[in-house]
Every structure is written in structure tokens, then in C-alpha cells.
Write a protein that binds this ligand. Structure first.
Ligand code: TMO
Length: 328
């Protein structure tokens, strides 16, 4: 497509639209999108649904005439980047992964909490259901602890191996193992795909495995399994060592069982990309929509870009409602 044509069209339409709105409603017309040709910088993280839905958001902003750029960022450092305007928005802020840094920069005033999705999340240790015969009492964490040796590998024996996610997910699972006195060693996968490769290999042979997983995700549709129940989460568990069953250490609890999923944006979007921000406020994913986005790549093996296109096709009524009244 020719950039010159692509640009002129929305501007002309917006002038017409503004004139009509002014005549009919007597309102002062807001400049229509795109208010700036600078790219909206959308953060990419390192799990599948986030990458697909970041691409979905990019396509929606493009429909409004914006330029976009997808920028990979560290899970914990991204919030400083969005607060200072180097990055502009993030489609999936998970309570169990991001809460501390997200809230720190929202409190600073330069990062917007753009609201919660309908999706309810959980990020926790997870095992295939066939382990329940070998470890009576699961999903309770004390039953897992009692059964630790079942999960031992050459590198962790006699302790069990817990396969955690990439370090930048900031899970503090080592601290949890220490605080709860569990006979487990945390081994971190370098990337999410390692989790799924190891799960698949173990599952096919019904071998022991306990690993990090979350919902919404595609895993629950393909494998039978359950999250481990740890002592219930409360914020004080992380900040106050005296809270919980270990009086000397923090992190003696699980992750939230009904966590939130939010959206974050640079506060400067209000002035620089107001229509894009108005759209982003309406973006609202359900558990099923997020699981679908992940499965398109991890099960159906589409590229993230093709998955985003497919997702837009199968959710057209959903995103068209978000766009209503915002197109020039
Ligand atoms: C943020 N994550 C979905 C990887 O737990």
C-alpha cells in the first residue's frame, strides 16, 4: 500500500467527520486518529498469548491509521520503559508476574493502569493428573513435598525438580521453596517452549513432572493436570516475613488463585495518541479468547502474525465493537 494514500484518506475523512459532529452536535471536535505519525511502541514479552495479542492490538491501531512497532522487553524492566515513554503499552499485565513493578510505576504517575480484562488468571506449579496416584493428597503442597523424591532427576536427587519459567518472570519460587522447607530444587527453563517440550515428553511416558503453568493457556485443553494448592496468597506474604507459617521468611504462600489481568500504557499516550488510548481502554479479553490466541501458535503452529490475523477473523464482532465511533 502507498503510504501517501494511506495517510491522506483518514485525514480527509476526519475533517468531514469533525465538521459533521460540530454541525450536528455543536461539540468541539477532537482531532481524529492518527494524531501522530510516530509509531506506537507495543511491548512484546516471552509467552505466546501475549505475543499474539500484542500483534492483534497492532493490527487494530493500524486500522485507525497509526504506525506501530513491536518491541521485545524484559518482564520486569518494561514498566520503567513505559513510564518514561520509551515503550507505550502492554496488553497482558499478570498479577502473579508483574504486580510489584507495575504498581510501583503506576504510583509514580507516569504509567496508566488501563483497566482489567474479564479474564481471571492463575500462575502456579502444575502437575499431570496421573501423579495423583503416586502422591496421595495432591493437589495439596504438603503432599507434593512428601512425594518430592518421585520428581528427582540426576541433577536434583534426592530432592525433586521443579521446572520453573524464565528468570524474568520474577516468580520467587526459590524463596518459596526455602520458606516452606520443601525438598525441591528450582530449575529455570530459558524459554516457555522448553516447558512445553518437557511436559509433552513426560506426559507421553507418564513420567513425573511438576512445572510452572498458568491459565488462561492452551495447556489445559491438551493435557489433564492440576495446579498445586499452596497456602492462600495475601500481599503481606511477600512483604512481611512474620506473616504466614514461616515466621522468619516471606514468600511462604502460593500465587493468587483468582488473579487479575490488566493493561498498562505510558501516561503520555493521553496527549500523543488519545484515540489509540480510547481504543485500548475498550480492549477486553476473556479466558477463552486468550487460550485461543495461544493455541493458534503452540498447537496449530501458526506464526504469531498469522495467528493474530486468524484471531481477528474469528473474533470480528468483538473487536469491531471496540472500534465503534473511533474510525475516521
Ligand atoms: C506471565 N505468565 C503468563 C508467563 O505467567
Amino acid at each position: 500500500m502507498q503510504p501517501a494514500l494511506k495517510k491522506r484518506h483518514p485525514v480527509m475523512m476526519s475533517m468531514l467527520g469533525a465538521a459533521c459532529a460540530g454541525l450536528l452536535l455543536g461539540s468541539s471536535a477532537q482531532a481524529a486518529a492518527p494524531e501522530s505519525d510516530d509509531p506506537i511502541k507495543i511491548v512484546l514479552n516471552n509467552w505466546t498469548s501475549q505475543v499474539v495479542l500484542a500483534n492483534v492490538a497492532a493490527e487494530l491501531f493500524k486500522k485507525l491509521g497509526y504506525n506501530v512497532e513491536l518491541v521485545p522487553s524484559d518482564n520486569q524492566l518494561q514498566f520503567a520503559g513505559m513510564a518514561n515513554g520509551d515503550l507505550h503499552l502492554q496488553v497482558e499485565v499478570w498479577e502473579g508476574t508483574h504486580k510489584t513493578n507495575f504498581e510501583k510505576f503506576v504510583d509514580s504517575g507516569n504509567l496508566l493502569d488501563v483497566g482489567a480484562h474479564d479474564a481471571i488468571t492463575r500462575e502456579e506449579w502444575w502437575y499431570p493428573t496421573y501423579m495423583e496416584e503416586r502422591c496421595p493428597g495432591l493437589p495439596d503442597w504438603e503432599a507434593l513435598h512428601a512425594c518430592a523424591e518421585e520428581f528427582a532427576t540426576v541433577e536434583t536427587a534426592p530432592k525433586g525438580r521443579y521446572l520453573g519459567g524464565p528468570i524474568d518472570w520474577g516468580k520467587h519460587h526459590n524463596e518459596r521453596v526455602q520458606a516452606l522447607g520443601m525438598d525441591f530444587v528450582v530449575v529455570n527453563a530459558g524459554q516457555a517452549s522448553t516447558l512445553w517440550a518437557e511436559l509433552d515428553a513426560a506426559y507421553r511416558r507418564e513420567e513425573p513432572i511438576v512445572l510452572f503453568n498458568w491459565t488462561p493457556n492452551w495447556v489445559e485443553a491438551k493435557y489433564n493436570g492440576r495446579f498445586v494448592d499452596f497456602p492462600d496468597f495475601e500481599p503481606e506474604c511477600l512483604s512481611d516475613p512474620s506473616w504466614g507459617m514461616n515466621p522468619d521468611l516471606a514468600y511462604d504462600c502460593g500465587a493468587p488463585k483468582k488473579g487479575w489481568l490488566k493493561k498498562a500504557a505510558w501516561s503520555g499516550m493521553q496527549d500523543k495518541f488519545p484515540t489509540a488510548l480510547a481504543l485500548f481502554k475498550r480492549v477486553n479479553f476473556t479466558n477463552a479468547q486468550i487460550a485461543e490466541a495461544a493455541a493458534l501458535v503452540d498447537v496449530d503452529e501458526l506464526s504469531p502474525e498469522d495467528a493474530a490475523a486468524r484471531w481477528l477473523e474469528s473474533n470480528e464482532a468483538v473487536w469491531k465493537a471496540w472500534m465503534e465511533g473511533l474510525e475516521g
